[in-house]
Design a protein around this ligand. Structure first.
Ligand code: SER
Length: 615
């Protein structure tokens, strides 16, 4: 079964069971201060899991683009990918454990479905603790499912219980929706196919689903999101009981195709073919070549998706741009190790675009931008490398007897030549003092990259009051900028923490002090006016008719689905702002008190950045 067939079958299965198939959201989360990238299908759905009505209803399914960079150093092994697709189905206060588990079992094992052998299926449920009881209900539903297939789940044992560390999902940040989960594993013991014999596999008879040996491969996770973890660490029942499930597409393809690793599926074949052509080497010729090719393919796939996203970012030294830069530069270094001369990243990325063009139309649409940005970064990096390598080789003598490289020195190379820490370590042959590096970095930046690294390890929006207020302030700022500077102003990015908002917008020159002042005044006037804030569900056409701004992402247009449109002001007071947005927002602008712009600066070519606070 090809990955396309798996994707289609999954979505179709849930469509037939009343789910609206929603397209993948952007890889760049908006208004979520705690993550840089979308790391799971549920991220874009957090407001709805918390009770906001979703325009498409209470049953949803999607194939979501995800980036997880926490595993960056593990890429090259058998399982870890930076970019992956997560298939998922959701119940927003609709069905719960029974349907979720029955459907999981039916889709995995049913005739005409995925066709997994139920005898190779094992599951785990939450064992219970002081916060929540043992999930006997899920265990009983599983036992009944196995029975349906003529299998006694007690012998051999098929339903295992584990503590929170294994069978609990979320919140990814400090607070947010979460709950016990049930995970499905596929037993690869003695498979005739080579799946079981991936390098490093050492499965034994007596291991169990959560043993790390690799005998059991996790394929799917059903989370019963019914709690909210508070800042005090308490688990409070949510307004509604939700289901959030996640199935990794690449892993499922690997198992169904009976291949040893995710890299042996067709989701990588054309990329390796191109890297082979460019390098004259052969994938699999030796372990080092294999690893380098996997890293190049993985990183450039992720880079192509980040650059080709509707909210595409450019390589830079902060936040998503910094991760993107690291991915591209690491790919270039491994490309050189493979002996590739000259520019090559755009050629590999182009294969990514072709491979995924049908599923993610934003890629072909941004084909040129992807190539242009990659070439630009490759050029910058090669210049930087030449200078930096000369400088670093001088330093080599200086630190010849040192145990580690001082953080300040690594930071100097980083700041001046764009050397990632790992490159410094590689060139100087020693570890960098990471704590010192972080301190040096903090000193030089208000927007610390260490913060970026933290965000990255995952985390969900803290929908605290302050974040909600700043979110409304962002809409107000956007509207004011369009009044002051003109309607060419469009949102290019938004990031909110509990302390401030940050808004990127298209405008090609520095704002004058008068323009800044005028913008601030408009927002403050509208705060004082106490304008109501409300939302309506509309079709894309209706939203356009109503003059809404915001991202008319292809996904909505294509589906003819409804979007949520937030309006600030009303017919009596005048419509001040109307924007497509998932929310949440305050109910009245008076909740904001006062608004102040702290900084207006360049973000990238043709894009300005404003940081502002509520006072
Ligand atoms: N959120 C869960 C996961 O990422 C299920 O979708 O595994």
């Amino acid at each position: 079964m090809t990955a396309s067939e798996i994707r289609f079958k999954y979505l179709e299965f849930f469509r037939q069971r009343g789910h609206a198939v929603i397209p993948s959201a952007s890889l760049i989360p908006e208004n979520d201060p705690t993550v840089l990238f979308t790391t799971a299908g549920m991220h874009p759905l957090v407001p709805y899991l918390l009770g906001e009505p979703h325009p498409e209803g209470t049953r949803l399914a999607s194939s979501q683009k995800c980036i997880r960079t926490g595993d960056i150093d593990e890429v090259g092994d058998n399982r870890h990918l930076t970019f992956f697709e997560m298939l998922g189905n959701w119940s927003l206060g609709d069905y719960f454990k029974k349907e979720a588990i029955e459907w999981s079992f039916d889709l995995l094992t049913g005739k005409g479905q995925f066709g997994f052998d139920p005898l190779r299926l094992y599951v785990s449920v939450f064992e219970g603790d002081a916060d929540a009881p043992r999930d006997d209900e899920a265990a009983a539903i599983w036992t009944a499912q196995f029975k349906k297939a003529g299998i006694d789940a007690a012998s051999p044992r098929r339903v295992f219980t584990y503590p929170k560390s294994k069978n609990w999902w979320g919140p990814a940040g400090q607070t947010g929706p979460c709950g016990p989960d049930t995970e499905m594993f596929y037993d690869t013991l003695n498979l005739p196919s080579p799946t079981a014999h991936a390098p490093g596999w050492k499965g034994t008879e007596d291991c169990h689903p959560n043993c790390d040996c690799g005998r059991y491969v996790e394929i799917w996770n059903d989370v019963f999101m019914q709690y909210f973890k508070t800042a005090e660490g308490k688990f409070e029942p949510l307004k509604q009981k939700n289901v959030d499930t996640g199935m990794g597409l690449e892993r499922t393809a690997m198992i169904l195709q009976g291949v040893p690793t995710v890299f042996d599926t067709e989701l990588f074949a054309p990329l390796f073919a191109e890297i082979e052509r460019l390098s004259g080497r052969r994938y699999g010729e030796d372990a080092e070549t294999t690893r380098a090719m996997r890293i190049v393919a993985d990183h450039l796939k992720a880079a192509a998706f980040i650059l080709g996203d509707p909210r595409g970012v450019s390589p830079s030294n902060v936040d998503q741009g910094y991760i993107l830069r690291r991915l591209i530069r690491r790919a270039i270094r491994y490309g050189r190790q493979l002996g590739i001369q000259g520019f090559f990243t755009a050629a590999v990325a182009d294969k990514v675009v072709s491979l995924y063009a049908d599923v993610y139309p934003e890629l072909p649409k941004n084909r040129q931008r992807i190539a242009g940005e990659l070439n630009g970064e490759e050029e910058k990096f090669s210049k930087t490398l030449q200078h930096g390598l000369a400088e670093a080789s001088k330093l080599k003598d200086k630190y010849v007897r040192a145990v580690e490289i001082p953080g300040e020195t690594a930071f100097y190379l980083y700041e001046t030549f764009g050397f990632p820490v790992e490159l410094t370590e590689e060139v100087l042959g020693k570890k960098v003092n990471a704590a010192e590096f972080a301190v040096a970095q903090k000193k030089h930046q208000d927007d610390s990259r260490a913060g970026a690294e933290q965000k990255f390890s995952g985390g969900l929006a803290d929908h605290s009051d302050q974040v909600v207020k700043l979110h409304t302030a962002t809409h107000m700022l956007h509207a004011a900028l369009r009044q002051v500077l003109g309607t060419h102003v469009e949102q290019k990015g938004s990031n909110i923490t509990a302390e401030r908002l940050r808004f990127d917008f298209s405008h090609d020159k520095k704002m004058t002090p008068e323009e800044v002042k005028r913008t601030e005044e408009i927002v403050n006037d509208k705060i004082r006016a106490g304008l109501p804030v409300r939302f309506d569900m509309m079709t894309v056409d209706e939203a356009k008719q109503a003059g809404a701004i915001g991202l008319f992402e292809d996904k909505y247009a294509k589906l003819g689905g409804k979007v949520k449109v937030y309006t600030i002001g009303d017919e009596a007071a005048g419509i001040y702002s109307r924007e497509i947005c998932g929310g949440p927002h305050v109910e009245n602008t008076s909740a904001l008190h006062g608004f102040k712009i702290m900084k207006e600066e360049a973000s990238s070519a043709g894009v300005r950045r404003i940081k502002a606070v509520l006072v």
